[in-house]
Design a protein around this ligand. Structure first.
Ligand code: 5MY
Ligand code: ATP
Length: 471
């Protein structure tokens, strides 16, 4: 990127989350990811540079190790002309959803991350003139806490996502309770996975987005977004998934196209042989806890028919979902078991603030940091070292619980007519380093954001699904 010649007119608003805002280059396959802050939160340029550099290092030395080289794009920190950033900020402001405007894009430091645009990912196998489809899924936490520290019975039965649905509808964040349950998606059972993906397509919330040639064609901004229109989606998808029933239009055609999409995504999620060291966690992180969530509509309907829910048919070890789940399960103690350990580290740091650096509280996220994460013991020897390892594992797990999987699909030239088989598609599943900033920013800092994060996870989630105060 020639930073000296940046022109805001070549960039457009692409999307944003709670912590960052992304703009995409109109022609080139790159995005810039800026940090966002509440208006009164002033950070120095040096702090912002360090924050971004930590995200890059965390991607390189931790997430790549766990998930594998091919699934993680770390990007790089770039310095941009301040005038460019200021003009860009003005240009995109009107496109931002209102619900996200409580935070402002950082226009003062001039730093951002430059990453490949994963919604337009091309490889040499892609036919250049063919459209590229990208499905972004934020699958959330795929297991029910197995820690003996959990005190609320409900937390052993119902997954966090399903509990939060009640809260989100009650607070008006979303209109309708979703039928999606992460445990169905992570089950490895195709029937359950299909149900989960269909449910995501019905009520996407912020767990599913679909892009065509880098443009968002399906997704939901907030509770006021129009109801999902499957026939419109099917229209977009037809060049990719011409229905095998031969129908070119109508509700049958729509259903057939959606079904094919669901089947292809399932196959992608179950495929993958890329090496990552999540396997090295296997010994300590075998399947634990209930495999079925008490709130999943899929399971409930089977129960009504007197049938049992098929449990995990076992996720293939190399697949993305398996690796993701392994990293999520680094949360061995649940917040209830972790919080006292967090307090132990806090107290220690209050007494010995100079130790912050030696203990790598805020990075660097290097090989030594990664190695400590592999210690899965839960025997508390009363040391700060033990407490710190558990807190760092929790932070990494939080990242995996909140990451998105980006699946780029495009028909291959040589095989474009064979639409039934996955080999007919160039399929790339990518990890985006969505929330790695949280690792540094959310825990073990003394600001209230850290307190709130841990505090909010202390809530007895099952007890009052309608009235939780998330702070
Ligand atoms: O707590 P959750 O499960 O609701 O997850 C939060 C996400 O809500 P979601 O449920 O995905 O709509 C939330 O996403 P939205 O702002 O709702 O798009 C953030 O990703 C938040 O992470 P952070 O505070 O930006 O580091 C996420 O917070 P963390 O729990 O990951 O800290
Ligand atoms: N490298 C990328 N290529 C294409 N799109 C991207 C890329 N990185 C992020 N995006 C898009 O921008 C959106 C917001 O980015 P991101 O999820 O990283 O924000 P965040 O603030 O970290 O999220 P959260 O709310 O989870 O904290 C994503 O949902 C995705 O659609």
């Amino acid at each position: 990127m020639e930073e000296g010649k940046m022109d805001e007119n070549e960039w457009g608003y692409h999307g944003e989350g709670n912590k960052s805002l992304v703009v995409a280059h109109a022609q080139r396959c790159v995005v810039l990811r800026f940090l966002k802050f509440p208006p009164n939160r002033k950070k120095t340029s040096e702090e912002i540079f360090q924050h971004l550099q930590n995200i890059v290092d965390f991607g390189k030395n931790v997430m790549k190790e766990f998930l594998g080289e091919n699934y993680v794009h770390c990007g790089e920190v770039v310095q941009l002309p301040l005038e460019f950033v200021k003009q860009l900020c003005l240009k995109i402001q009107s496109e931002r959803p209102e619900s996200r405007c409580d935070k402002d894009l950082d226009t003062l430091s001039g730093y951002a991350m430059c990453l490949p645009n994963l919604t337009r990912l091309q490889t040499y196998r892609f036919a250049e003139h063919r459209p590229i489809l990208c499905v972004e899924i934020k699958p959330k936490c795929g297991f029910i806490p197995f820690s003996s520290d959990v005190t609320h019975e409900m937390k052993h039965k119902v997954c966090r996502y399903c509990m939060h649905q009640h809260l989100k509808v009650a607070t008006g964040k979303w209109r309708k309770i979703s039928r999606y349950c992460p445990l169905d998606l992570y089950s490895g059972n195709k029937q359950r996975m299909h149900f989960a993906l269909k449910s995501l397509l019905q009520e996407a919330q912020n767990n599913l987005k679909i892009f065509k040639n880098g443009e968002l064609i399906y997704g939901c901004k907030d509770a006021r977004s129009p109801v999902a229109d499957w026939s419109e989606l099917a229209h977009h998808l037809k060049p990719f998934f011409f229905p095998s029933n031969g129908l070119a239009s109508g509700p049958h055609c729509t259903r057939a196209v959606i079904r094919e999409l669901v089947h292809v995504i399932t196959r992608v999620l179950l495929s993958g042989s890329d090496k990552g060291r999540a396997g090295s966690l296997r010994a300590g992180l075998g399947p634990q806890g209930p495999r079925v969530c008490g709130a999943s509509p899929f399971s409930r309907s089977l129960r009504c028919q007197g049938k049992n829910t098929p449990e995990r048919s076992g996720l293939p070890k190399g697949c993305l979902l398996y690796k993701t789940l392994q990293v999520q399960m680094l949360d061995l103690l649940d917040i209830e078991g972790l919080y006292p350990l967090y307090n132990r580290v806090e107290r220690y740091l209050e007494e010995f603030p100079e130790e912050r650096k030696t203990l790598q509280i805020d990075g660097p996220y290097d090989e030594a940091f990664y190695q400590k994460l592999l210690d899965l013991s839960t025997e508390d020897d009363g040391t700060v070292a033990f407490a710190l390892t558990k807190v760092q594992q929790y932070r990494v797990a939080m990242t995996a619980k909140d990451c998105s999987i980006m699946i780029a699909l495009s028909p291959c030239l040589q095989d474009a007519s064979t639409r039934e088989s996955l080999s007919a598609w160039s399929v790339m599943s990518e990890w985006k380093p969505s929330t790695w900033g949280k690792l540094r920013a959310r825990v073990l800092t003394t600001n209230c954001s850290a307190e709130t994060t841990l505090g909010k996870r202390m809530c007895p989630e099952g007890a009052e699904p309608h009235g939780l105060d998330l702070g």
